[in-house]
Design a protein around this ligand. Sequence first.
Ligand SMILES: CC(C)(COP(=O)(O)OP(=O)(O)OC[C@H]1O[C@@H](n2cnc3c(N)ncnc32)[C@H](O)[C@@H]1OP(=O)(O)O)[C@@H](O)C(=O)NCCC(=O)NCCS
Length: 174
Amino acid sequence: MIRVEKAELRDSEEIGKLFFEVFSPIYQKLFKYHLKESTSSAISRLYISNADMFIAKDKNKIVGFASSVKSIFSLWKNPINIVLPSRYLFIAPVRLRDFGKPLFLTLGVDESYRGRGIGVQLTNRIEKNSKEQGVVELFAQIHLKNELSKKLLINTGWSLAAKQGFLLLFKKKL
Ligand SMILES: CC(C)(COP(=O)(O)OP(=O)(O)OC[C@H]1O[C@@H](n2cnc3c(N)ncnc32)[C@H](O)[C@@H]1OP(=O)(O)O)[C@@H](O)C(=O)NCCC(=O)NCCS
C-alpha cells in the first residue's frame, strides 16, 4: 500500500537521493545540465521549507515526491544557500504574465514503481492541497519532450496553455 504524506525536513536526504536518481538523466538529456546529488538534497530542503512537498511511501521507503508553490517568490523568502541548476528551469515562466502564479513544481517516481498510479496519486494530492490554500488555477511547466508527464497531465484534466522554446505550460482549474 502506497501512502502519500507531507514531507518533513528529516526526509530531505532521502528525497534528495531519489530526486537525483530521477532527474539527473533527464537534466543531462534534455537540458545538458549535470545535476549533483548535493544540489538535489538542497532543492528538496528548499521545497520542504518554502513550498509544499509530499512524498509517496511504500512502508518506510520514499518512492515518489511532488511539490508545488503558491507563488515562486516564496522560494526567495529565505536566503537560498544553493545555486539552482538553472533559474530558467525552475523559475522563468513560459509567459511573463504568469510569473508568481501557483506552480506545480516537480513530480518524480522511483523507476521501479512507475506505471502503478503513484504519479497520479501525488498529482491529486498537490491539487487538493493547493485548492485548500485557496488556489483556483494551478500551472505546470514541462519540457516538450517529456512524454510521460505530458500524458499524465492530460489524463488528469490539465490543458496546454502556452508553448515557448522547449517548455510547455499546462494549467488546471481546481
Ligand atoms: C512522470 C512520472 C512522475 C509518472 O509517474 P508514474 O507513477 O509512473 O505515473 P502513473 O503510474 O500515475 O501513470 C501515468 C501514466 O503513464 C504510464 N506510465 C508511466 N510510467 C510507466 C512505465 N514505466 N511503464 C508503463 N507505463 C507507464 C501509466 O500507464 C499512466 O498512463 P495511463 O493513465 O494511461 O495508464 C514518472 O514517469 C517520472 O518520475 N518521470 C521522471 C520525472 C519527470 O519527468 N517528472 C515530471 C516533470 S517535473
